[in-house]
Design a protein around this ligand. Structure first.
Ligand code: ADP
Ligand code: MG
Length: 732
């Protein structure tokens, strides 16, 4: 990255600047080009410490936001501190002394005072307090007030050092013991940086009309008030503005990328009705849900267009995504092209093959070379485990266009796989695929610069506003309705041997009445090997113990594919009553007669995964149940997860809870846009700002993906893109 022109501009310092014409206000690019080493008091040693905190430029420093604030005036005055009560006091350090006690121990004694009185604070065995609590520093102390020799005193209180800040509201910055940077250091440097920026001021690239419409303060005010607010409402207004800035940058970038992509990518036009499609819909044993109808209409519109579809389908487990996928794939076939369905696991690919075969039974496609003018629709499967001997024949069929729909795993992405004319790609259970794989898949089908339409399906819904950021480059459709006749799954959190015994007797009762059950074994993430051991052991114990007399089978990821298929086939055919499995059954497995899901060590699973596992039951009109068995003493967050699952079956509601519990970091994969750029914004809490930023981006970016009318914003986006990824310019 070549240094921008203002990097050499010595005019940053207010005092002593040559009396030239006033320079333009500082942009974020300008602020990022000023090294923190230029601030007073930041020598080489401090520079290293700051670097450890991710602070190298003045931009980094000004966006190193306080973790929280302390209102000094809201703390109790010393005069009112009641002996025996726990209390927080804000006061100034008046004197510090220390002395050695017997046994090599040390006592530090600090006198503090406010306008109403003085008191003592004593620390045992914390000799470093003598250095930390210098005379003149402001501190807050929290602890129990004692009475000692006629004076109020606290022993070993919790201390926050506020430095020399005497304002009403004092910022507390994230501190790092190892980096040795104190909160008042940061506050002082921020204050100095702000003083030195004052002459030129800070530019605001957001147009006034937008700012006024959203009731946002300008950027300079926001940066001042987030660090040094005079009131809580100032702080809140500052935060709103800075949150909007972060989200607007992300949305602008996504919008520009998207429009640029659309302007140069050419897809294949389809006729989405008639022929095969009509016959297929007439042959269905049930009618579509309204949600399925709506999403299919979205897809029809996309496939009619020469602009490649790029759509995410979010639908809760059991909402009927497979049918929607098949609809899209058949449109490809109806128009003389091929469709591909990619699944994350072999179990799921095989499962799809079976359900597609059933749904497509008897369908024919036009074929002039045949006597009757038609031939049966052809499905094939491509996965690594299918015998190597079959592979060349399957590849040849795909390349010749004899295979109409290809179902497969990652194996579909391999170089050797060439399609004759691939026009629709469906990726199931997207959370297992990264963004780059998505791009790879699109490139893969590319024929004479035409790009296949892409539908990505996920059963791990995330809140809509979060999806706008995480999947900002995709259009979103939602299946928010389950097929009729489903009874909600009764979910129980099981703790202790008595509850477990009652659970196993319920499992046996279900089996006796002809239903089937899954038992999912503990997840041991470090080692697949251990996971398999645990499953095998669990299987042996259950089959000989509580499930004696039931037909029990085992399924885990390390089994040879043929054995996996056999176990699944037997379970599907109801030749097994109980399937003991690792999480390979997590996604997509569809056996409607299974009505019980037991998850052992459920406290080790995340919300999304438990919801997925639970989704394996409740797939018919039979009432279903899910047992989440936990340790006797799960962690508080594990307990919150298990409670959430017992309370609701709604995947979207669970996704909101998950986001609250875990934060958004987990939503992004490393290379995905946005993550590192969100310092203040929270996708869980700032949903309305995400929406506002999205709307603003749509308004600001012209139809051709240009920000020509807003050069300052365009510059900010360009700067951010390069900053985030220095190779950005070369690649795009
Ligand atoms: P998902 O992949 O979204 O979890 P599936 O596509 O596996 O869900 O569908 C779940 C079950 O619901 C399947 O057994 C399927 O045959 C059935 N199903 C799908 N759509 C309908 C519908 N409109 N009416 C009744 N049953 C349906
Ligand atoms: Mg599915």
């Amino acid at each position: 990255m070549s240094p921008p022109p203002t990097a050499q501009n010595s005019n940053v310092s207010a005092a002593g600047a040559p009396s030239t014409a006033p320079a333009d206000p500082l942009t974020l690019r300008d602020l990022d080009s000023i090294d923190v080493a230029r601030l007073r008091g930041v020598g080489p040693h401090r520079c290293e410490s700051l670097k450890a905190l991710g602070i190298e430029s003045v931009f980094d420093l000004l966006t190193y936001y306080p973790r929280r604030y302390i209102d000094r005036t809201a703390q109790a005055p010393i005069r009112d501190a009641v002996v025996g009560s726990d209390i927080t006091i804000a006061a100034e350090v008046l004197a510090v002394s220390s002395r050695r006690l017997g046994g090599g121990r040390r006592l530090v004694r600090v006198d503090i005072g406010d306008a109403t009185g003085v008191m003592s604070v004593v620390f045992f065995n914390q000799a470093w307090r003598e250095r930390q609590l210098c005379e003149g520093r402001w501190v807050t102390v929290f602890g129990k007030v004692e009475h000692y020799r006629g004076r109020k005193q606290m022993t070993n209180p919790v201390v926050d050092v506020l430095g020399d800040r005497t304002g009403k509201i004092v910022p507390v910055y994230p501190q790092s013991e190892t980096a040795g940077v104190a909160t008042w250091d940061v506050a002082n440097w921020v204050a100095e940086a702000r003083r030195r920026c004052a002459a030129r001021g800070i530019a605001d690239p957001v147009p006034d009309w937008l700012r006024l419409r959203l009731h946002l303060v300008d950027r300079a005010t926001a940066l001042a008030d987030i660090h040094d607010p005079r009131s809580w409402s100032d702080k809140a207004a500052a935060r709103d503005r800075l949150v909007f800035d972060e989200l607007l940058r992300v949305q602008l970038m996504l919008r520009c990328q998207r429009l640029a992509r659309e302007s140069h990518e050419l897809g294949i036009e389809h006729e989405p009705t008639g022929g095969l499609i009509e016959i297929f819909h007439r042959s269905l044993p049930y009618s579509l849900t309204d949600a399925q109808r709506r999403v299919m209409a979205d897809i029809d519109a996309d496939l009619r267009s020469t602009r490649p579809m790029h759509r995410l389908l979010q639908g809760d487990v059991g909402s009927g995504k497979t049918l929607v996928a098949l609809h899209a794939l058949l449109i490809a076939v109806r128009n003389g092209h091929q469709g591909a369905l990619m699944a994350p696991t072999e179990v799921l690919a095989e499962q799809h093959l079976i359900s597609l075969r059933e749904l497509l039974d008897g369908l024919v496609v036009p074929d002039d070379a045949r006597l009757g003018g038609t031939r049966p629709l052809r499905l094939c499967v491509l996965s690594r485990s299918r015998s190597a001997a079959q592979r060349p024949a399957v590849l040849a069929e795909i390349a010749a266009g004899h295979a109409d729909i290809v179902v497969g795993t990652h194996a579909l992405l391999e170089e050797s796989v060439r399609f004759s004319s691939l026009s629709v790609v469906v990726v199931d259970e997207q959370h297992r695929f990264g963004v780059s794989q998505r791009a790879q898949l699109r490139e893969h089908g590319r024929e004479d610069r035409r790009i296949p339409h892409l539908l990505v399906m996920t059963a791990t819904p995330i809140p809509r506003t979060a999806a706008m950021t995480v999947y900002g480059d995709l259009d979103i459709s939602v299946l928010d309705e389950l097929p009729p006749g489903r009874t909600p799954i009764a979910t129980h959190w099981v703790q202790g041997p008595l509850a477990a015994a009652s659970m196993w007797s319920q499992v046996r009762a279900e089996v006796e009445s002809g239903r089937q059950a899954y038992v999912v074994c503990p997840l041991i993430t470090e080692s697949e090997r251990l996971e398999v051991n645990a499953a095998e052991q669990q299987y042996a114990e259950l089959a000989a113990g509580v499930l004696a007399g039931c037909r029990v089978g085992l399924l885990h990821g390390r089994m040879p594919s043929a054995d996996k298929e056999r176990a699944m086939a037997r379970f599907r055919a109801a030749q097994l009553d109980v399937l003991v499995a690792t999480t390979v059954v997590e996604v997509g497995v569809d056996v409607p007669n299974a009505t019980v899901m037991v998850v052992l060590s459920a406290d080790r699973f995340g919300i999304a995964q438990l919801h997925q596992l639970r989704g394996r039951v409740g797939r018919s009109s039979h009432a279903s149940m899910c047992f989440l068995v936990s340790d006797d003493d799960p962690t508080p967050t594990a307990a919150q997860r298990l409670t959430a699952l017992s309370q609701t079956n709604d995947g979207f509601e669970l996704a909101e809870r998950d986001l609250e519990l875990r934060g958004e970091g987990t939503l992004f994969d490393e290379r995905q846009s946005g993550r590192s750029d969100l310092k203040l914004a929270s996708l869980a809490r700032d949903g309305t700002w995400v929406q506002a930023a999205r709307n603003a981006a749509v308004e600001l970016v012209a139809a051709d993906g240009d920000l020509d009318a807003h050069p300052a914003l365009a510059d900010e986006i360009a700067w951010l893109a390069v900053r985030r990824d220095p190779d950005f310019l070369q690649r795009s």
